[in-house]
Ligand binder design. Structure first.
Ligand code: HEC
Length: 100
């Protein structure tokens, strides 16, 4: 009985976490990058489908800070993304894109 009390919250949290990378990507990124990351965002970006997790995080942050030059709109979106979500959530999105 006790084990169930522990396992239920652990399992539900796991499920919610698993969904969040996908839901963030679909609501914030897919409009430009495509549902599968297959589009050249605004005709400019590289295809991000399957991008390695580390590269994805580094690039997104570099665009957000302005370290790497981007179109104004692209920079704004990255900045909002980095400010709004913590490292775990950003990683979840990166892992989602990596598996697309
Ligand atoms: C308004 C359209 C738009 C949205 C929305 C958008 N991006 Fe981008 N993204 C771009 C553009 C354009 C570039 C290419 C950089 C440039 O030259 O401006 C880019 C580049 C990137 C790259 C680097 C790809 C490469 O060129 O190597 C990554 C990674 C990325 N975006 C992640 C994200 C994530 C994560 C989100 C969601 C939080 C997101 N983008 C939302 C437009 C967008």
């Amino acid at each position: 009985m006790n084990i169930m009390k522990i396992m239920i919250p652990v399992l539900t949290t796991g499920l919610l976490m698993a969904g969040s990378g996908e839901s963030i990507y679909k609501s914030k990124c897919a409009s430009c990058h495509g549902k599968k990351g297959e589009k050249k965002a605004l005709g400019k970006s590289n295809i991000i489908t399957g991008m390695p997790v580390d590269k994805f995080i580094t690039l997104t942050k570099a665009y957000a800070t302005g370290e790497k030059k981007a179109m104004t709109l692209a920079k704004m979106v990255k900045k909002q993304f980095i400010n709004k979500y913590d490292d775990k959530e950003i990683k979840a999105v990166a892992e989602y894109v990596n598996k697309l």
